[in-house]
Design a protein around this ligand. Structure first.
Ligand code: ADP
Ligand code: ASP
Ligand code: MG
Length: 421
């Protein structure tokens, strides 16, 4: 008998029929003799709709109230799933994050899980029940409801798996696993059978939204094995675990893209020590998650500083940019929302020179201009114009030999252009 955690994403519980299908899957797993815990997301696009509702009544909603609102989505789906299980004649109990003791820090909207008190889950499992836990939410030690950032149900699932010492954390979603690129943008993308934590971390951090970044960090830190797979079939998916000698060490694991960031530029700042420190201190104080940074060549003792940050942080970033301009007597600031980040990720990159050169010449041949570049030991990222994202990702995917040849032949050029999550 094993203890398993299964997480079902929004599409997988998007309709009553799909909720019933998930209920049957959970019951079937329990019938094999396993203790089963399900972690579920809000149905379909409910979280997006709640975000829209909030912006219809307030341009800059208080973070605390946003979490009060967004956490309701998951409360609906856990109750419906428990009911669907009861309808099949099996016993289930649903719990919110606070009820089950998912304790987080107080950072509303992107709270970090500090502790999962497994006792309530274990007690219900001991009573022979299927346990259903709301994803994406927790509670601070002093009782405030928090959420974990978009896609946060993945992290709830991994944290629950660690908290109850489950054998595996299965993340069921609307694709068959982790692919060499987003299959919506690259029809020739191939499913990976296994990937190491390190490469998966870089893929998630650079836009592969199939697993939330925090969930992979949590899994690596607590040694939780993730099996990412489809909720619509029984095919084996992708195993995410510590890389070892048995795992194929690909030079390139995948190509990712991210259209969720904007580029901010602060123009004509004085080029002297302490200026960058001040710009990014102000951004940090405004809780803006800065990603790539570039400082232009100085002319007449003045320079431009550009950086990318999530579009969701833009209201705060604009305010902070204005403060910086005033404080430094810079000329002005601007925002470009029409950018995309594309990245090449692979643990084998460390030992293979020439990857960057091939990436840049592939982009040049495809007519894609590079605006910013950043690298880590196993990732190279470029900021490009958002309109070219499909062309760029597909060109890199082909150039680095990642295409599934069987699929490429059937794809019409330009399919999926501009898609992004
Ligand atoms: P869920 O609601 O189940 O959490 P998500 O929408 O968060 O699902 O994640 C699944 C989606 O992630 C897929 O539909 C796919 O478009 C996208 N995706 C992006 N990059 C990748 C990738 N490298 N491999 C697989 N899916 C990816
Ligand atoms: N419902 C939340 C979201 O849409 C959490 C999740 O789905 O993982 O981001
Ligand atoms: Mg998700």
């Amino acid at each position: 008998m094993a203890r398993v955690v299964q997480k079902y994403g929004g599409t997988s519980v998007g309709t009553p029929d799909r909720i019933r299908a998930v209920a049957r899957r959970l019951i079937a797993r329990k019938a094999l003799g396993d203790d089963v815990v399900a972690v579920v997301s809000a149905m379909g696009h409910v979280t997006d709709e709640l975000v829209e509702l909030a912006s219809a009544v307030c341009t800059d909603p208080p973070d605390r109230e946003m979490d009060m609102l967004l956490s309701t989505g998951e409360q609906v789906s856990i109750a419906l799933l428990a009911m669907a299980i009861h309808a099949e004649g099996e016993d289930a109990v649903s719990f919110t994050g606070p009820q089950v003791g998912i304790v987080t820090d107080p950072v509303h909207g992107k709270a970090k899980i500090q502790e999962v008190r497994g006792d309530r889950i274990l007690e219900a499992l001991g009573q022979g029940r299927i346990v259903i836990v709301a994803g994406f939410q927790g509670v601070t030690p002093d009782g405030q409801i928090t959420t974990l950032g978009r896609g946060g149900s993945d992290t709830t699932a991994v944290a629950v798996a660690a908290g109850i010492d489950a054998a595996v954390c299965e993340i069921y979603t609307d694709v068959d696993g982790v692919y060499t690129a987003d299959p919506r943008l690259v029809p020739a993308a191939r499913k990976l059978d296994a990937i190491g934590y390190e490469a998966m971390l870089e893929m998630a951090a650079s836009g592969a939204g199939v697993l939330q970044l925090r969930s992979v960090e949590f899994a690596r830190n607590h040694g939780v094995v993730i099996h990412c797979r489809s909720s619509f079939n029984d095919s084996p998916g992708t195993i995410v675990r510590e890389a070892d000698a048995t795992m194929e060490q690909a030079i390139i694991s995948g190509v990712t893209h991210d259209t969720s960031e904007a580029k901010l530029t602060i123009r004509d700042v004085p080029d002297r020590p302490g200026v960058a420190a001040l710009v990014f201190t102000r951004m940090a104080e405004a809780n803006v998650n800065v990603d790539m940074i570039i400082q232009n060549v100085s002319e007449d003792g003045r320079t431009d500083i550009s950086f990318t940050a999530p579009k969701t942080d833009l209201v705060r970033a604009r305010k902070a940019a204005q403060d910086v301009v005033t404080e430094l007597e810079a000329r002005t600031w601007s925002v470009d929302e029409g950018v995309a980040k594309i990245s090449l990720v692979g643990a084998g990159m460390k030992t293979h020179p020439g990857v960057a050169a091939q990436m840049f010449s592939t982009l040049a041949d495809a007519g894609v201009n590079i605006d910013m570049i950043s690298t880590s030991s196993i990732r190279i990222s470029c900021v490009i114009e958002a309109e070219k994202v499909g062309t760029a990702v597909r060109a890199l995917h082909t150039s680095f030999g990642l295409d599934d040849d069987a699929v490429t032949a059937e794809v019409s050029p330009g399919a999926g252009e501009g898609a992004g999550k």
